[in-house]
Design a protein around this ligand. Sequence first.
Ligand code: TYM
Length: 340
Amino acid sequence: MSTANETTEPRRKRALSLIQPSGIPTLGNYLGAMRNWVALQDEFECIFGVADLHAVTVRQEPARLRQRTYEVYALLLAVGLDPEKCLVFVQSQVPAHAELAWLLGCCTQFGELSRMTQFKDKSQSHADNINLGLFAYPTLMAADILLYRPDLVPVGKDQKQHCELTRDIAGRFNNLYSDTFVLPEPYIMQNCANVLSLQEPAKKMSKSDSNQNAFISMLDEPDAILRKFRRAVTDSEARVCRREDKPGVSNLMEIYGAVTGRTFDQIEEEFDGRGYGDFKSAVGEAVAETLRPIQDRFHTYMGDKAQLDALMKEQAGKAAVIACRTLDKVKKKMGFVLTK
Ligand code: TYM
């Protein structure tokens, strides 16, 4: 992606989004985010990243984090993000993120951060490690976004609150120090699925769930995928239809619709009079078929780590050019002495 037109030409609208390497991305990450990012890269100037600094807000085993970072990076390429068309970088390789996060932290109120639902949820699930990073997570996310001045931030519904806080922080900074940041819109994509846990369909499907049966990892083998769908929680009505009191079945329908392109009416018709067994097998098979070519490409990318390293380095360099320009502007406005 060219950065040459940063100051010279009017630019295409810019979209930015990141994903944490806190586990192998799930089917939820794919259908709710990654698949849609691929569609965006032709329309917008796109910047995507692996949010490894965010991942350490919960305890990570170092070798595993390193491996996951490669894996998530390779998966971003495997789903079809093309570094010729967009930037795909690793967050910790662009130091401006951590630096701007500190500066924005000084413009963010304790009360605002205390209200974040993700902080409340994670403080419960990681009660032994409620660290400063976990609390300040949204200021790092605001930095990720604001450094690149995107117009749109394509995320799943669960990230909407963080995007709104980013706008509040940006607006406050602009008021205090004059116009600096673009206020980005969270961009919840139209046909983007909100995928729920297969075991507790009141919760989102999450890569960090301790119950392996609750999520489909993008690298699960077909057998595991079929098994997990067969075990998915449904209800006792044995009727495939979408209703609020049938969250398990509705979730499976959403997944099936997202991977086959079928409408809910078509799915209902297809499984009319058939039991959940048939339906669950069909969902499992369709998902396995969708993930298979991605997994094949993933293994090819992972087979050449030197090439991944070289690409990461090149992409981080390009990202840093954009990020440092914003960071310098911010520091100047706040009164820091910049030497040439
Ligand atoms: P993360 O890593 O949890 O998820 C990455 C993206 O996947 C979406 N998503 C889902 N969509 C549908 N159904 C699901 N079950 C599901 N689970 C996750 C998320 O909404 C997200 O879009 N804080 C962010 C990462 C981040 C970021 C940023 C995003 C860091 N800096 C700057 C945008 C801009 C996160 O934890 O995403």
